[in-house]
Ligand binder design. Structure first.
Ligand code: AMP
Ligand code: GLY
Length: 419
């Protein structure tokens, strides 16, 4: 088999590594990939949203299965385009991807079907938005309706912060689209869990729950990032909470998709907040999480390609998932300054000196003289497995000291409180 992976982050490197292990796979291609992905796959420098070029690449190379990492090509209909060209692709259609690409759609979908989520309202002008913000009272969450690379949500604590974010959205158009709208909802507090399933709409398998660390600094301080680390399994979903998530969140969502005639084949990611009052769905994502994938896939014993093919063919219920007992911890090495401005192009040293960890490349590239250099905010993800979280953590933090690049920054407290 030949598999094509779309994307360029740590998530996609983890996918490529796992896919390469499948005995059925002869070759992996990637678009656009990064320096690490390039060691295991042939990379093509095409745009993730240039569908005619991607279809041509897949057809010319007789690709058997295409796997999509990021949300943007899914939201723009890569699955629809591939399907209509007779090409197999793992990932939902544009219609199904609205669960992530429109917050308004997702919130109204949850409300229609009684899926637990915070109360909300919708506004399409700055003055209406501000009125509703003031009515709800502070703190309150303001969410840009469309895709915003993880930057579209802000919890604001006063009028000044609300006005500044609403002006970003409605006047400075920082997320681009004309005629924007926002969701305004109650700010929730609690522990967040990423609960991912793989589904063909008719049946599903939960992937091991993971915890993602979104803030840049230790103790969850500072601005949100794409994710600075993760661990799995997240031990939080037990007993009654686990049952509630299964019945009231997952089953309800899948039934709702069926009822609305939305076929869903791929990974569906529930961003959950465990509040004092119960579980609430913050968001849906229609893809694997990054960096959650870097702790989920190393623990998966199954052949990932077999799982994905069964999903695409609608025969997922024939598969049983098996997980390693070991715990997984991932720490992201980032460029100083991220998630704000940062410098790139620094040589990365020590990549061959680390042992017993998975090294997932994110923002890296091979320079003209052949050295691997930094090329993004999140540079590398290191994942360790261990019989305990503390063993996994020790492996990762040892490796994090061995790898060197100018401006290297990482959080010190990933999975810090776990045994
Ligand atoms: P979303 O894209 O909706 O998940 O939002 C991204 C992040 O914003 C979440 O992972 C939370 O950390 C935060 N967030 C979203 N909604 C809320 C909310 N209602 N209250 C507090 N934080 C939120
Ligand atoms: N780690 C959060 C996400 O992938 O959206």
């Amino acid at each position: 088999m030949k598999v094509l992976v779309i994307g360029s982050g740590g998530r996609e490197h983890a996918l490529v590594q796992k896919i390469s292990k499948s005995p059925a796979v002869r070759e992996v291609l990637a678009v656009p990939g990064n320096a690490g992905i390039g060691q295991q796959a042939t990379c093509f420098n095409l745009k993730e949203t240039d569908f005619p070029a991607l279809v041509r690449l897949a057809a010319d190379n007789r690709i058997d299965l295409t796997v999509v990492g990021p949300e943007v090509p899914l939201a723009r209909g890569i699955a629809d385009t591939f399907q209509s060209s007779g090409l197999k692709l793992f990932g939902p259609t544009a219609r199904a991807a609205r669960l992530e690409s429109s917050k308004i759609f997702a919130k109204e979908f949850m409300k229609r079907h009684g899926i637990p989520t915070a109360d909300f309202s919708v506004a399409d002008t700055i003055s209406r938005a501000l009125q509703q913000v003031e009515k709800k009272g502070y703190p309150v969450a303001i969410k840009y309706d469309g895709l915003a690379a993880g930057k579209g949500v802000r919890v604001v604590w006063n009028r000044k912060e609300a006005v500044s974010f609403l002006e970003d959205i409605f006047e400075r158009n920082i997320f681009g689209s004309p005629g924007p709208a926002v969701v305004i909802e109650e700010a929730l507090t609690g522990e967040e869990v990423s609960y991912l399933i793989v589904t063909d709409t008719l049946s599903y398998h939960p992937l091991a729950p993971a915890r993602d660390y979104k803030r840049i600094f230790d103790l969850d301080q500072g601005p949100n990032t794409g994710g600075m680390g993760a661990y799995s399994p997240a031990v939080l979903l037990e007993g009654e909470t686990a049952r509630f998530v299964q019945e009231e969140v997952v089953h309800r969502t899948l039934k709702a998709l069926l009822r609305e005639g939305i076929e869903y084949r791929g990974v569906l990611y529930f961003g959950l907040m465990l509040t004092k009052k119960g579980v609430s769905v913050l968001e849906y994502n229609v893809r694997f999480g990054d960096p959650e994938t870097q702790v989920i896939l190393p623990r998966l014993e199954n052949d990932l390609v077999e799982l994905m093919e069964a999903t695409v063919a609608g025969r997922l219920k024939e598969i049983d998932l098996r997980w390693k007992q070991e715990k997984a911890v991932c720490v992201i090495l980032a460029s100083k300054g991220y998630p704000g401005p940062y410098q790139t192009g620094y040589a990365i040293r020590g990549l061959n000196k680390v042992e017993d960890v998975f090294v997932y490349h994110a923002g890296t590239k091979t320079s003209e003289n052949g050295t691997i250099v930094t090329a993004g905010g999140r540079v590398l993800g290191l994942t360790g497995l261990g019989i305990s979280f503390s063993e996994a953590r020790e492996k990762v933090y040892r490796a994090a000291e061995v790898i060197e690049f100018s401006g290297k920054y990482f959080r010190q407290d990933i999975a810090g409180n776990l045994k």
